[in-house]
Design a protein around this ligand. Structure first.
Ligand code: DHB
Ligand code: FE
Length: 283
């Protein structure tokens, strides 16, 4: 390890996640919800808050603590982190109900668009001294009827062997362990990377403080983020998890699904290999 490395902080990753969200929010769909629907949803959200206050006989000092905490989340730029850990899985479940093919999971705050495009058999960009067990994920992208989808994009990003994401931790080079892999004529891909570590919500910011105050743990199981896109098809945003991995049964973000667990096996050379096929429905 170098001695000059800057350690990531909650404030750093929160601010980066907020900047990234603001930049991508201009290119992604932001709802223009009609007033009746806004009123119906917000009324129910507030009723949930009011009911909890009554149920738990919340005091004025507790109300003031809640306000101070909400302000700290904003000031620390942690709303994208908080929303993606504690709320996104419920939205994803609603979307999943109408989507066939591969199961989805949350996008999370660390997706970055326009990463390097790579051929179907490739190695993700990594440091010369990248830590971690080599991992190869291979598979095929297909339509619901089994037709292979050549030229599909398998956009993959994941944490390093210490649990940090490039673009959000200052000591990790830009683009590290990220890439857009383009499938061959038979829809196939084979991606060499390294085994990611479990991810810990930054404990030194307001989201971490809440987790500590509630006595929860701040961990997500190790995972690969993947978004698969093909022309004429509905994209799928998902994650793959590792059989036997720590925190698999208690993901703080509640984003695991049994269909998304892979079980890579050592091929005898120290490389762990797994296959996973992605199935997309027509748009
Ligand atoms: C968060 C981080 C992740 O890596 C992820 O997959 C989901 C959420 C977060 O810190 O909010
Ligand atoms: Fe993640």
């Amino acid at each position: 390890m170098t001695t000059t490395q800057e350690s990531p902080t909650a404030a750093g990753s929160g601010a980066n996640a907020s900047e990234n969200f603001k930049a991508s929010a201009s290119s992604q769909e932001i709802a223009d919800t009609p007033p009746e629907r806004v009123a119906a949803i917000v009324t129910d959200v507030l009723k949930g808050v009011h009911d909890a206050i009554a149920k738990h006989d919340v005091s004025y000092p507790e109300f003031q603590a809640a306000k101070a905490w909400l302000m700290a989340v904003g000031e620390g730029g942690e709303w994208p982190l908080f929303m993606d850990v504690f709320v996104e899985h419920a939205v994803e479940a609603q979307v999943a109900a109408s989507q066939q093919g591969t199961k989805g999971s949350i996008l999370g705050p660390y997706f970055l668009p326009d990463q390097v495009r790579l051929g179907s058999t490739c190695k993700l960009p990594r440091r010369d001294d990248e830590k971690g067990t080599p991992l190869v994920l291979s598979g095929q992208v297909r339509d619901l009827d089994g037709t292979p989808l050549g030229g599909a994009e398998v956009d993959i990003w994941h944490a390093d062997a210490d649990g940090y994401y490039s673009g959000f931790a200052p000591h990790v080079p830009e683009g590290n362990l990220r890439g857009v892999v383009v499938t061959d004529d038979e829809g196939r891909f084979a991606i060499e990377t390294v085994q990611p570590a479990p991810y810990q919500i930054p404990t030194d910011g307001p989201t971490g403080q809440l987790i500590g105050a509630a006595g929860w743990h701040p961990w997500r199981p190790a995972h690969l983020h993947i978004q698969v896109r093909a022309e004429g098809h509905r994209p799928i945003t998902t994650q793959l998890y590792f059989a036997g991995g720590e925190w698999l049964d208690s993901d703080v973000a509640e984003a695991t699904k049994p269909e998304l667990i892979i079980d890579p096996q050592d091929d005898g050379t120290g490389i762990r290999r797994s296959t996973y096929d992605f199935v997309l429905e027509s748009a």
